[in-house]
Write a protein that binds this ligand. Sequence first.
Ligand code: SF4
Length: 283
Amino acid sequence: MDLRPIGRCNLTCPFCFGPRHEVPSMGAADALRIAEALREGGVQGSVISGGEPTLLPYLADLTETLSGPRAEGLPIRVVLSTNGLAPLKRMERVLPHLSWIALPLESADAKEHRELRTGVARHREKVLDLLREVRKNHRQVQVKLGTVVTRRNVSGAPRVLDLIDEDSSLPEVWKVYQMSETNYGADNADRLSLGDDEFEDVVARCESAAEERGVALRVYRNATRTGSYFFVDPDGEVVVIDEKGERRLGNFFDRLADGGFRAAELIEPAKNIDNFLGTYPDA
Ligand code: SF4
């Protein structure tokens, strides 16, 4: 289950498929109530994303609540999907509650990366600093590196692992995403979107690079996203993806009060589980 409690972000990536940045964030009380409901409801894994979740003042409380012990079953596997810009001091309150952190690197070419991760000039260096810090001092947190492939980084995307000098800093998983034409991605599709064949060419080069460095590669294709995701947005709406794109299904708390969620009516459970466990496998 993907909790997106914030649309706001300190970057303005032109391919962003998250909620619009001006959407008001979810309040702390609602976010923590959802976290409790997920624990009680037996959800096994949750990704916190956005927008940029490290801008939320209550993020440490949210990750602590989500990852806390449960009456039955294993704790929820909590993943933080962040752009990597938060100061280390803030991250140190969050990292102890995470199973995984998802960090972005778009290109080995500095110009390509800057064109796609817009808003902070040293973004790429900051991500690499955080990656090294997690690898060195937070070994219990596994790392997924994400690369969104657009028309602007077909050359540099397959070489992002070259940015990581030390093998000890490599991620457990590198996931390559076909750009999704949703929200800001839809606004900029004409200049950025990549066709299926061109994307597969990039994937083939990423496969070689991943194999060379001994990193597990995962691939997100737009054709496979239907039924794989169950989001809760900043306004508390449940959002799923079907053939036509994102579909809003009503308020999380209203649905919960109305008898709860039957996963098979919202998503394709096998695809949802495969997507999560394929991206964030057991340690
Ligand atoms: S893709 Fe991520 S980092 Fe970039 S604008 Fe969207 S939420 Fe922010």
